[in-house]
Design a protein around this ligand. Structure first.
Ligand code: S3P
Length: 430
């Protein structure tokens, strides 16, 4: 499928982005092992979170999903059952990595697979520490890639320094730690999203975090309580509108009900440092997560260096920040971001290639991109390479370019934002 994008003369309106993907996965997975029923409002219905739900059904968890709410009946901490068939995580790294940690501790055998993109992504980062905890896991390519075969085992706690800043790996080990004997302490090289810690703590687990670089989890002493919550809007789905609104010459866009968890707001910090006019309004709390409305207005941006601790806090938004760099004044350098090469696509290569087709000057570096500022983009035919974040970044680029931009493989937005294209169409005043 393909979509055609042109620059609108003005952009006005309110966007309600889909529920946060990371929080939705976790709400499903953690409630699945709690004792009792939970209702998760604004559950994200993108393909990734549906993959998690289907895997849970195969593990014996019952749930139902209506227009916006997930109703899930927890099986209890020991209530999952051996799946009769392979668990298909499709395009979702979060599903595969978090389930690996959970299933490594269950008294049964399971196999995890996914689509071609997920089967090519690194799994040793989660397998290696789980093996240290006593897990029995095998995978393709020397136990580094999916499909993964997991024979559940009794695990022991671990003190581990994560070699890469990854919330998925951290969360997998926290889940394993809930079932291990003894304490598990995880040190992160840089802070990553902490939804797992917040939610499990709210459910009664012993998780200590936020005081220094380590997270400590103790084995479950009792059943987890179910956690009913309203899922905040996904800041990663708000990000295309933030960048579009800041760079368009006549824009005012409100994005309602967005997660402003400080481990996720790197995009807000980076855009503010570049000079974007974004106000954060109506701050409130939805369960364990902070939420706000964001209002973005046309701005003049300056290039900047994006690196260090900002990178994990803006990891999924870096393609959009690269686009912002093309239209800002002066150079933008994205560094310390080699992790981008290991996402749904090699996002350093695909972002640079897509922006170059639109006339931008972007050079790849091993760990990021060097972007010349002050450029005018011109419409072209581009591809998302099947990567949802690329599809959205290229749509925004098309909305800022002269002429017409055709985005191929546009349907990939369904992974995290099924109604993205109709939201884009609704923004110009009619
Ligand atoms: C996620 C963590 C990040 C992020 C991904 C979602 C999560 O991945 O890129 O989109 O939900 O924990 P890594 O853990 O690989 O950094």
């Amino acid at each position: 499928m393909q979509q055609t994008v042109r620059r609108a003369h003005a952009l006005r309106g309110t966007i309600v982005p889909p529920g946060d993907k990371s929080i939705s996965h976790r709400a499903a997975l953690f409630n699945a092992i709690a004792r009792g029923e939970a209702v998760v409002e604004n559950f994200q219905r993108g393909a990734d979170c549906l993959a998690t739900l289907r895997c849970l059904r195969r593990l014996g968890v019952s749930w139902s999903l209506d227009e916006s709410s997930l109703r899930i009946k927890g099986a209890g901490r020991g209530g999952l059952r051996e799946p009769e068939a392979v668990l298909d995580c499709r395009n979702s790294g979060t599903t595969m990595r978090l389930l690996s940690g959970l299933l490594a501790a269950q008294p049964f055998f399971s196999v995890l697979t996914g689509d071609a993109s997920l089967r090519s992504r690194p799994m040793a980062r989660v397998i290696d520490p789980l093996l240290k905890m006593g897990a029995r896991i095998h995978g393709r390519d020397g136990d580094t890639k999916a499909p993964l075969a997991i024979r559940g085992a009794g695990l022991r706690g671990l003190h581990y320094r994560l070699p890469v800043a990854s919330a998925q790996v951290k969360s997998a080990l926290i889940l394993a730690g809930l079932y291990a004997e003894g304490e598990t302490t995880l040190e992160e090289p840089a802070p990553t999203r902490d939804h797992t810690e917040r939610m499990l703590q709210a459910m009664g687990a012993s998780v200590t975090f936020g005081e220094g670089p380590a997270v400590t989890v103790r084995p479950l002493a009792a059943e987890l309580s179910p956690l009913s919550l309203r899922v905040p809007g996904d800041i990663s789905a708000a990000a295309p509108w933030l960048v579009l609104g800041a760079l368009h010459p006549d824009a005012e866009i409100r994005i309602a009900g967005v997660s402003v968890n400080p481990t996720r707001t790197g995009i807000l910090d980076a855009l503010a440092m570049m000079g974007a006019d974004i106000s954060i309004e109506e701050q409130r709390q939805w369960g364990p997560e902070p939420v706000a409305d964001l209002v973005v207005r046309s701005s003049r941006l300056q290039g900047m260096v994006i690196g260090g601790d900002l990178v994990p806090r803006a990891i999924d938004e870096l393609p959009l920040l690269a686009l912002a760099g093309c239209l800002a004044q002066g150079e933008t350098l994205i560094k310390d971001a080699s992790e981008l090469r290991l996402k749904e696509s090699d996002r350093i290569r695909t972002t640079a290639a897509g922006l170059r087709r639109l006339g931008a000057r972007v050079d790849e570096t091993p760990d990021g991109m060097r972007i010349a500022g002050g450029q005018a983009l011109r419409g072209a035919t581009v591809s998302s390479y099947g990567d949802h974040r690329l599809a959205m970044m290229l749509a925004v680029a098309g909305g800022l370019a002269d002429g017409e931009t055709v985005v191929h493989k546009s349907q990939s937005v369904a992974v995290s934002y099924p109604w993205f294209w109709s939201d884009l169409e609704a923004l110009p005043p009619h």
